[in-house]
Design a protein around this ligand. Structure first.
Ligand code: BES
Ligand code: MN
Ligand code: ZN
Length: 506
């Protein structure tokens, strides 16, 4: 695991394997950003000339490596593009996501290097945190299943150069967040043969206890006894039975409680409504919601936030077999309502409604569920933007704003009343599928809303696209599991800490 520390010394004297600086685009050519001046001096003021010779312009996340030939202790300098300089002159703050991505791209380009020093703009604690976080997240690689040592290891040690007040705490905060995102990425990337519901529950128990969470696991016997018909129905086709994990963190001075519910399908074959092969190979990522919820709870506990937080991991493996649920089966769910299963591939909503109904018993101020719920989310919003739906407009907009601040794409989506009719069932209280595919991200949200008790503020985040990067790495985002929404959930919890910001929390 990559470590990070802070150092206030100057960029050119520090012993490091690589020095990372930022560069802006200007009409006159590339110009070093704050933090890069020392390198320019060490190169006799010829940095801009070198960059121009290399064809480097400074556009966001562009990378070039420059040998330093003894001009400073670091044998190589890495210039990373930051795009245009902030408009209002030297005192102006940087866009934090721009810094995170630049740091991530630069550190990612240095795989195989022992250490790197980030001399990016970090004149405020927030900037230092962004640089540290981007660097740590960019250093990620999932190597557990690779034999042979030919793969270049991620950078082991990062140093962030900053003399800003509070930078030390900010960088520690970044490290805690990065540890949780790393944990979630590892869970998502782990093949389903090594991550079935009971195994996920075990990991939650081990890691959760270490972090200071209380962890309760309901096995398939308890789930049946207690009436969790949704989770039981989805899980019954697999030889790996389902689990519901409750992770809780309490702070003695907390005044508010948040509840998070995560979809945790460790593999989604579709069940008897089998998926085509092409949409199945990445369905190990269908537990990304439960991963984000768990990762967020771990971070909340490690940060010691003054808030009560509870997370539900709705874990099941959706498989076809002789014991699998059938299209037209009716489930008796934890809420007391019955659901006709018209399509066993619309399983996420079935496990979530049991988690939501259970979470409501904790009487939280808000319930947020996070799920890789529909392909329609990807159709509507693409790979990087999650859809946010809620029974409360202010809550929905608050989540979109908080996600935006973390650089996690999210956009508000409606729950149009006319879509409810499509979920009418001929035999049960509701069906799990509407007959037409149009608007199915929204129909899924409408389905979930039916299971939220009156008076409970609830939001639903569909992150089918953002949870898993099928394409090439970019910024601080690797291929595969991304850990999406983990940081947003932590930031939501921070809004409920009651240390002066609670008045603003919706
Ligand atoms: N896990 C899938 C959704 C998904 C699709 C996640 C692509 C990530 C990438 C979910 O369980 C599912 O199968 N949804 C169906 C619902 C449909 C049957 C109403 C879908 O979106 O096709
Ligand atoms: Mn499915
Ligand atoms: Zn699914």
């Amino acid at each position: 695991m990559t470590t990070v520390r802070i150092n206030a010394s100057d960029a050119v004297s520090i012993e490091t394997s690589a020095l990372i600086i930022g560069v802006h685009t200007t009409p006159e050519g590339p110009r070093p950003a704050p933090g890069g001046e020392g390198l320019d001096q060490a190169l006799d003021g010829r940095l801009a000339e070198i960059l121009t010779t290399m064809g480097f312009t400074g556009k966001a996340q562009e990378i070039v490596k420059i040998p330093t030939f003894g001009a400073l202790p670091a044998p190589v300098a890495v210039a990373v593009g930051l795009g245009d300089a902030p408009q209002d002159g030297p005192g102006d703050n940087y866009d934090l996501e721009n810094l995170r991505r630049a740091a991530g791209a630069a550190v990612r380009s240095l795989a195989g290097t022992a250490s790197a020093t980030l001399a990016l703009p970090a004149r405020t604690a927030a900037e230092a945190e962004a640089v540290a976080l981007g660097g740590l997240l960019g250093a990620y690689d999932f190597t557990r299943y690779r034999t042979g040592g030919d793969r270049r290891q991620p950078v082991g040690e990062l140093t962030v150069l900053s003399g800003a007040a509070g930078a030390e705490e900010a960088v520690a905060h970044a490290a805690t967040l990065a540890d949780s995102v790393t944990l979630v990425r590892d869970l998502v990337n782990t093949p389903p043969s090594d991550l079935w519901p009971a195994r996920f529950a075990e990991i939650a128990q081990e890691t959760g206890l270490e972090a200071g969470l209380s962890v309760e696991v309901l096995d398939e016997v308890r789930l049946k006894e207690d009436g969790y018909g949704g989770i039981v129905g989805v899980g019954q086709g697999s030889v790996n039975p389902p689990r519901l994990v409750r992770v809780a963190y309490t702070h003695p001075e907390a005044t508010r409680k948040v509840a998070f519910v995560g979809k945790g399908i460790t593999f989604d074959s579709g069940g008897l409504s089998l998926k085509p092969s092409a949409s199945m190979d990445w369905m190990k990522s269908d537990m990304g919601g439960a991963g984000a919820v768990f990762g967020a709870l771990v971070a909340i506990a490690r940060l010691g936030l003054r808030v009560n937080a509870v997370g539900y991991l709705c874990l099941a493996e959706n498989m076809p077999s002789g014991s699998a649920q059938r299209p037209s089966d009716v489930l008796h769910t934890y809420s007391g309502k019955t659901v006709e299963v018209l399509d066993t591939d619309a399983e996420g909503r079935l496990v979530l409604i049991d988690g939501i109904a259970r979470a409501a018993e904790d009487e939280p101020d808000v319930i947020i569920d996070v799920a890789t719920l529909t392909g329609a989310q990807i159709v509507a919003l693409g790979w990087r933007t999650a859809g946010v739906m809620a029974n409360d407009d202010a809550l929905r907009e608050e989540i979109v704003r908080i996600a935006g601040e973390q650089g996690e794409g999210a956009w508000g989506m409606p729950l149009p009343a006319e879509l409810r009719k499509g979920l009418d069932s001929a035999v049960a209280d509701i069906a799990n599928l509407q007959p037409e595919r149009w608007g199915s991200m929204l129909a899924a949200g409408i389905f979930l809303r039916e299971f939220v008790p009156a008076g409970v503020r609830w939001a639903h985040v569909d992150m089918a696209g953002p949870a898993f990067n099928k394409g090439e790495p970019h910024g601080y985002t690797p291929k595969g599991g991304t850990g999406a929404l983990t940081r947003t959930l932590v930031a939501v919890a921070e809004r409920y800490t009651g240390n002066g910001t609670s008045a603003q929390a919706v």
